[in-house]
Design a protein around this ligand. Structure first.
Ligand code: ZN
Length: 430
């Protein structure tokens, strides 16, 4: 299916707004929570006792959100249907001693988060966002969404072989952004983020801050059949999963408990209290069973009947590097979501999972494609195998095929986000 010029862009417009409002994972979970609130969900705290009443709830922990909807008549052993995704994206993150200077330039010290395509962060107008932690233990979101920072590339005159030999970047020396002139200005970072948050700089005791490209998402192509934006990996799926959960909550007589599980720290291996390798999802599901009066046996029965669709971006065939792909598995944008297969369990999909996803796509009238790596190429991974192994939950890996994965600005088909969301809705509402 190719995107017709008159393709309804309502869903993709909404995705673009979600991406713009979510420069960091902390903003992404706030954006998802806002949408769930509008659908009647309410936030519950992990430190409070939970009731077993019907209705929508969500838990926020750092950059992770778990939302679920308990239908009227849900029993303790009612299984879950989970859409899994991740909220974090590769980028540059501010170091603990942030203010540096060199030869008359003021700079910001950054670490590389995840497997960022470093060259794509060069010569862009970068903003700064994330959260700050205050002396009283509170936190505040900050979003300096204006051209503030730049990682300047070396001029070609000073790097004569760059176009033939390839660009070589040292992660420590070459990736430090500039943001002013003058001697070392200790306290500059804290001052600017405190001002943005409207707090006294003396109250700022910690931060989790990162860069983002301030260029907004844009439709691209002859017929506008692509969407160019940062953080498609994986806020595209977080957005689709949020829409699917909100839609499921409006359906009567759901046979399952629909869940959205959007984790932090996928891009560095998921091993954290907010990552898929931690106990967050299992704790929430278990507590939901126990709050409805369930026993350990009810929990085991519920988990045994549970299915997770792990949604994350995948690789569309690259026209300039087709040899990097498997010859018979070459997903194209606007052809619908991809089922991701790797027999060595870098993806959790098996034949059963294929059946589950195909049935959901059929019900939604959504075309779908398959992805498998070229045997000579190492395969990426997702939260899918981790969720399957940690919780013993049947899991299927799916997603939207994109180009330029882990670039500061990625590219997807304009129709695919809607097609993915439609398939996820059909999965949750079956
Ligand atoms: Zn991803």
């Amino acid at each position: 299916m190719s995107a017709h010029p008159h393709f309804d862009r309502t869903h993709t417009d909404d995705l673009a707004a979600f991406l713009s409002a979510s420069p960091s994972q902390y903003h992404a979970v706030a954006s998802a929570a806002e949408r769930l609130e509008k659908a009647g969900f309410r936030q519950v705290s992990e430190t409070d006792a939970w009731d077993g009443e019907a209705g929508g709830r969500y838990v926020l922990r750092g950059g992770a959100i778990i939302g679920w909807y308990v239908p009227v008549g849900a029993r303790p052993e009612t299984p879950f249907r989970i859409v899994g995704a991740h909220t974090d994206s590769t980028n540059l993150r501010v170091k603990p001693v942030p203010d540096t200077s060199s030869y008359g330039w003021r700079q910001l010290a950054v670490e590389i988060y995840g497997g960022a395509l470093l060259n794509t962060w060069l010569d862009r107008d970068l903003g700064l966002s994330g959260r700050i932690v205050l002396r009283d233990g509170g936190t505040a979101l900050v979003n300096l969404n204006r051209p503030l920072l730049r990682v300047p590339q070396l001029a070609v005159h000073l790097d004569r072989g760059v176009n033939e030999g390839g660009l070589k970047l040292d992660k420590q020396r070459h990736m430090q952004p500039v943001w002013g002139l003058g001697e070392l200005d200790e306290g500059a970072l804290v001052r600017i983020v405190a001002e943005e948050a409207g707090v006294d700089p003396a109250q700022v005791v910690g931060w989790d801050l990162m860069t983002h490209d301030v260029q907004p998402p844009a439709y691209l192509g002859l017929d506008g059949e692509f969407l160019a934006a940062g953080r498609l990996d994986n806020l595209l799926s977080v957005h689709a999963g949020t829409a699917a959960l909100a839609s499921a909550a409006a359906q009567p007589d759901l046979p399952y408990i629909p869940v959205l599980a959007a984790f932090d720290h996928e891009e560095n291996g998921s091993e954290s209290d907010t990552g898929a390798g931690g106990p967050l999802l299992g704790n929430v599901l278990e507590r939901s069973v126990f709050a409805r009066g369930g026993s350990y046996d009810h929990r085991a029965r519920a988990f045994a009947g549970t299915i997770c669709v792990s949604a994350d971006t995948g690789h569309a065939v690259h026209p300039n590097y087709a040899e990097k792909h498997d010859p018979t598995h070459r997903p194209l944008p606007n052809g619908g979501p991809i089922l991701k297969v790797n027999v060595n369990q870098r993806y959790a999909t098996d034949g059963t999972g294929r059946g589950i996803f195909a049935a959901a796509c059929d019900r939604a009238g959504v075309p779908w494609q398959t992805f498998v790596s070229n045997n000579a190429m190492p395969c990426g991974t997702t939260i899918g195998p981790i969720t399957a192994a940690r919780h013993g939950i049947t899991t299927v890996d799916v997603g939207v095929p994109i180009l330029s994965m882990h670039s500061a600005r990625e590219l997807c088909g304009v129709a695919d986000p809607y097609l993915l969301a439609s398939a996820l809705k059909a999965f949750l509402e079956d």
